[in-house]
Write a protein that binds this ligand. Structure first.
Ligand code: FES
Length: 170
């Protein structure tokens, strides 16, 4: 399948992102991000496109893509629930948050619900330790959470497309 990217994204890549760096290959992370913003993940074609415009071996781009957990290599659900499992969040009860998601949605970390509404991932510190235990939903951080709050949040996301039960921290 040919890789397609909007004219706006191509313009940003060619006129803003690549010229920002003294060496072309240094633009790899923001270009992958640009692709993910538009497609929701980085397909094989997206990876090859990045390699081509940066004049890099595809293996180099693949290495970067698989090193950083922020890049998705498969389509994910509408709401990406990323629960922090690092020290501060663990002490404050993140295991109960993850368990609530498992129980309510029926998926394990790394899985997407059948209706493609939720993807659940346990991740390392998201630099919001002050609101532990916390969870990121797409780009927004929520916390401190309890299983009861998460229970309501999941209903809100499913029914209304946004979560109001928990405090959102910018
Ligand atoms: S330990 Fe969870 S956000 Fe830092």
């Amino acid at each position: 399948m040919p890789f397609e990217l909007s004219a706006d994204a191509q313009k940003r890549i060619n006129e803003e992102i690549i010229p920002r760096y003294p060496r072309k290959k240094s633009a790899i992370l923001p270009i992958l991000w640009e692709i993910q913003e538009e497609h929701g993940y980085i397909s094989r074609e997206g990876m090859l496109y990045t390699a081509e415009i940066l004049e890099l071996p595809p293996a180099h781009v693949f290495g970067v893509l698989t090193f950083y957990t922020m890049y998705e290599q498969e389509p994910i659900g509408k709401f990406h629930l990323q629960v922090c499992r690092t020290a501060s969040c663990e002490i404050m009860g993140c295991k109960a948050i993850s368990q609530k998601i498992r129980d309510k949605i029926g998926i394990e970390s790394g899985q997407t619900s059948e209706d493609r509404l939720f993807t659940f991932t346990e991740v390392e510190c998201l630099a919001s330790c002050e609101i532990a235990p916390m969870m990121q939903v797409n780009k927004d951080n929520y916390g401190p959470l309890t299983p009861e709050i998460v229970d309501v949040m999941l209903d809100e996301l499913r029914d209304h497309g946004e979560a109001k039960a928990a405090q959102r921290c910018l």
